[in-house]
Design a protein around this ligand. Structure first.
Ligand code: TEU
Ligand code: CA
Length: 585
């Protein structure tokens, strides 16, 4: 059996459980239908009681909300509906008071087009901040028609360049036109980012950052055209032109230098980087750029690269392979890894990777919890995951979807198909599978009209799911056997056995497609754990691996048995059943 070679030092950000809060949809405290910072503060005890150690707050900074706050117009101020700077400082204090840490979202690939830097930059070609963004003169075709500087497509369907009539040039935006890309080649610009977005918050006691789209700050010099992969299209997927560019590690080392001296954590969001050598450059402890990254291998399943709404078939073998892809990294290298299935950019894990049918969704939620809570690395939960929230239903109409990515996609399909009803129906189904909106609906606190998210006579900014009557915190919080109780129990076990579950080495056991099974080994004590999980709706046989059939094997926790019922010894798993066995060293 392969054994770990690298011994990781224990640290709070390795064993801490991270809980992501999406401010707009967590809790409204003042009756405007929008979640806010006082709302978050009112739920801090709830969060702590799940077993959470670190709260990650999605952007709450001043923003016109073109992309839900990932378009920041002032790094040093708060989005007004969310509260004030004082509220934010109170959030930091109240989190710390409860023994938890708090990290913020660091969105520095771009700003809002309403940021004062951009307003200055666009004001004239000789403005001192002109070079802080990417401005380019138009090209002209043989008929003298104005053309964009290159063929890049943005992440949100449209071209990556927007024409600005004021100075008659185009500016670059990898995301929405309201999110112009900052030019990191400009040193003054970089220094301003560090001061305003990073130091400002370090001084206020934040415990680290989730760094947004951490590999896009360095573009291929000269901004050359992207390879033509869709000849019939005017723009092309250009990820290779703006991802993992030549100076990215130089920039991240500058950030690392700013953070040194603070006991803070960094987790980078690392899209479009499946190659482990490339990943290691970001997270090797020796290079020290980032503590860890969020890889996209699992959450991209079912989506086409460059066009997430185009379905791709996948099965449970793919799911197992992708989910465990980075599990052996901590044993084999000096780098640390992460475990997650949800965030604000993804549909709900139960709906995508298991089953949200009423008969299965509870078991499915607990089964996924069992896998996640026993895996190696820092564990990230997304609000609502702990109660088993599911995707919006098929009956949802396209205008329920508010996210810029969804809206642009749907409009594009309507325009291209000239409102063909078949195409529209297909687009609607694609939205129901993978739109980011599924994670952004209001948190389901109770069974009342607005799910306890906001007052009953208020219109919430996004529709509350009807299923909140069956899936909500109030019903689960004191209920034995609920999804929430299960999460609390298994997170407590994860902490109790941290050297096994958080730090232990991971060994996959080959089994049939629908059975996920792995060992965790505590290299210090020799303790071992066996995890088995049925990823399907069928009943499954499994065999205990060698050494796990003996008397010394204890049943630790399982989705279907409350205590050591005799069935646990049977080597049969009900649909979406999962169990954890342990052998003390
Ligand atoms: O997302 C980065 C990003 O590029 C993702 O959209 C990714 O391409 C996609 O999920 C792959 O499936 C971050 C934020 O998380 C997102 O909410 C923002 O819209 C985006 O950056 C721009 O700031
Ligand atoms: Ca509010």
């Amino acid at each position: 059996m392969p054994h770990a070679t690298f011994q990781h030092k224990t640290t709070w950000w390795k064993e801490g459980i991270v809980y992501q809060v999406y401010p707009a949809s967590f809790k409204d405290s003042n009756g405007d239908g929008i979640g806010d910072i006082p709302g978050i503060i009112s739920k801090l005890d709830y969060i702590r009681d799940i077993g959470v150690d670190i709260i990650w707050v999605s952007p709450h900074f001043k923003s016109p909300q073109v992309d839900m706050g990932y378009d920041i117009s002032d790094f040093e101020d708060i989005h007004e509906p969310y509260g004030t700077l004082e509220d934010c400082e109170r959030l930091i204090r109240e989190t710390h008071k409860r023994g938890m840490k708090i990290i913020f979202d660091l969105v520095i690939n771009h700003t809002s087009d309403q940021h004062s830097w951009f307003l200055e930059s666009r004001s004239s070609k000789d403005n001192p901040k002109r070079d802080w963004y990417f401005w380019r003169a138009p090209k002209f075709d043989e008929h003298g028609n104005r053309c964009r500087p290159n063929n890049w497509r943005s992440q949100f369907t449209k071209p990556a360049w927007t024409w600005d009539p004021l100075t008659e040039e185009y500016y670059l935006h990898v995301y929405a036109s309201g999110q112009p890309d900052l030019n990191w080649e400009n040193e003054e610009c970089r220094r301003a980012i560090y001061e305003s977005a990073i130091r400002f918050w370090l001084k206020r006691g934040v415990d680290g950052f989730r760094i947004d789209t951490v590999n896009k700050y360095s573009k291929v010099p000269g901004l050359p055209d992207a390879p033509i992969t869709e000849p019939q299209e005017a723009t092309q997927v250009a990820v290779c032109r703006y991802t993992n560019g030549p100076r990215i590690h130089e920039y991240l080392k500058e950030i690392k230098d700013i953070l040194s001296g603070f006991d803070v954590m960094t987790v980078g969001e690392l899209p479009n980087t499946p190659d482990s050598n490339e990943v290691l450059q970001y997270i090797s402890a020796r290079s020290g750029e980032l503590n860890m990254v969020l890889n996209f291998d699992t959450v991209n399943l079912g989506q086409t690269p460059g066009n997430r709404f185009l379905p791709q078939p996948f099965d449970n073998l793919d799911f197992k392979n992708q989910l465990t892809k980075w599990q052996t990294l901590p044993a084999e290298t000096d780098a640390w890894t992460t475990v997650f299935l949800e965030n604000h950019d993804q549909g709900r894990s139960i709906s995508r990777f298991a089953s949200d049918l009423p008969a299965y969704r509870q078991s499915a939620a607990k089964m996924l919890a069992t896998i996640l809570a026993t895996m190696t690395g820092t564990l990230f939960l997304y609000q609502g995951q702990e109660i088993g929230m599911v995707n919006a239903p098929e009956s949802w109409s396209p205008d329920e979807y508010k996210c810029v990515r969804s809206v642009n996609y749907f409009r594009d399909i309507c325009a291209r198909s000239r409102n063909n009803s078949g195409s529209i129906e297909q687009a609607r189904r694609n939205l129901q599978r993978v739109a980011r909106d599924h994670a952004r609906v209001p948190m389901q606190w109770d069974a009342t009209h607005n799910a306890g998210f906001c007052d009953e006579d208020v219109q919430p900014w996004m529709s509350v799911l009807d299923v909140h009557r069956e899936i909500n915190v109030a019903d689960q919080i004191n209920t034995k056997g609920s999804v929430l109780s299960y999460w609390r129990s298994i997170l407590a076990l994860r902490k109790n056995y941290a050297s096994l579950f958080v730090y232990g080495s991971f060994v996959a056991i080959e089994q049939e497609r629908n059975l996920m099974s792995f060992l965790k080994i505590d290299e210090r004590t020799g303790a071992k754990s066996l995890i088995v999980a049925n990823l399907s709706r069928e009943t499954l046989q499994f065999t205990h691996p060698d050494g796990f059939a003996s008397e010394e094997t204890q049943f630790l926790i399982g989705t279907h048995s409350n205590d050591a019922e005799p069935e646990w010894q049977q080597q049969v798993l009900a649909p979406f059943e999962a169990r954890v066995y342990i052998q003390q060293g």
